[in-house]
Write a protein that binds this ligand. Structure first.
Ligand code: URA
Length: 236
C-alpha cells in the first residue's frame, strides 16, 4: 500500500496534508525518512512512525457508544443528527456504521463498526443474539406479563414474537424492568408492551450478546472495544 494512502486512511489528513507531512520529514519507515508519497509499505511488517510515534495500521474499527436520545442510528439523515456525526474525524475515516438500530428516543449500547461480516453475524435472525433492555413502563408490570412474554406475544401486525425474558425490578404505577429478546423487529420492545396494554416511557439497551454497555460512558460518549470484548463477540 502507498504510504500516503495508508496515512490518509488512518485519518492523518487528506492525501495533500499527508504529502506535506512526508515532505517535512515527519514520517519514517523502518527508521528511514520517506518523502515520496508513492513509497510502498507493508502495514503488517513495516514499522511506520509519524513524528516519532509508531502508527498502528488497522482495517477494522469497533466502537461501543452510549447512544443519546434525539440522534438517529444511521449513517446519514437529511434532518437529524446521526450517531456517525458524534464520532471524531479520526474514527469517521474508517466509515463505520451502526450494527442494528435503536429508535431515535432510545438510549444505550450501540456497536459501530466497518466489519460487515461481524455485523451480519450479530444481526442474523438465525444467530438469536440476545439483547437486553432496561425500560420504565407506564403501568404495573405483573407476573402475568412475565408469563405472556415467556410464551411470546402477538404484535399489532399479527406477528408472534419469540420468547422474551422479563425481569421486574420495581413494580408500581410506573415499573422498572429488564427485557431480553433474541430478535429485533421494528420497535419490538415498545410493541411487546403495547401487546399487554402498557407503554414504554424510557428505553435503554444495556447489552448485546456478550457486549455490555460500559456505564462509565456518558450519553453520546464512545470508546473502542477491548480485545476481550471483541473476542467475545467474534466467538459467539
Ligand atoms: N425496541 C424498541 O422498541 N426500540 C428500540 O430502539 C429497540 C428495541
Amino acid at each position: 500500500m502507498r504510504i500516503d494512502k495508508m496515512l490518509a486512511n488512518l485519518g492523518y489528513g487528506s492525501r495533500k496534508d499527508v504529502k506535506k507531512l512526508l515532505k517535512d520529514g515527519a514520517v519514517l519507515v523502518n527508521d528511514e525518512k520517506i518523502k515520496d508519497p508513492k513509497h510502498h509499505v507493508n502495514p503488517e511488517t513495516d514499522t511506520v512512525t509519524l513524528n516519532g510515534e509508531v502508527i498502528e495500521y488497522k482495517e477494522f474499527i469497533y466502537l461501543m457508544m452510549n447512544k443519546p436520545p434525539g440522534v438517529i442510528s444511521a449513517t446519514e439523515d437529511s434532518q437529524d443528527q446521526t450517531v456517525i456525526d458524534l464520532l471524531e474525524m479520526e474514527d469517521q475515516v474508517f466509515e463505520p456504521f451502526p450494527v442494528g438500530r435503536l429508535d431515535k428516543d432510545t438510549e444505550g449500547l450501540l456497536l459501530l463498526t466497518n466489519d460487515g461480516q461481524l455485523a451480519h453475524r450479530l444481526l442474523s435472525p438465525k444467530k438469536h443474539v440476545p439483547k437486553t433492555y432496561f425500560a420504565v413502563i407506564d403501568g404495573e408490570v405483573t407476573a402475568g406479563d412475565i408469563e405472556a412474554f415467556k410464551k411470546g406475544v402477538t404484535l399489532d401486525d399479527g406477528y408472534l414474537t419469540k420468547p422474551g425474558e422479563l425481569v421486574i425490578l420495581k413494580s408500581g404505577l410506573r415499573s422498572d424492568i429488564e427485557l431480553t429478546i433474541t430478535e429485533g423487529k421494528f420497535h419490538q420492545v415498545k410493541r411487546m408492551f403495547q401487546a399487554v396494554g402498557k407503554r414504554v416511557v424510557y428505553l435503554k439497551r444495556i447489552s448485546m450478546g456478550s457486549l455490555v454497555l460500559d456505564d462509565s460512558l456518558d450519553l453520546g460518549e464512545y470508546r473502542e472495544l477491548t480485545e476481550e470484548e471483541l473476542e467475545g463477540l467474534i466467538e459467539h
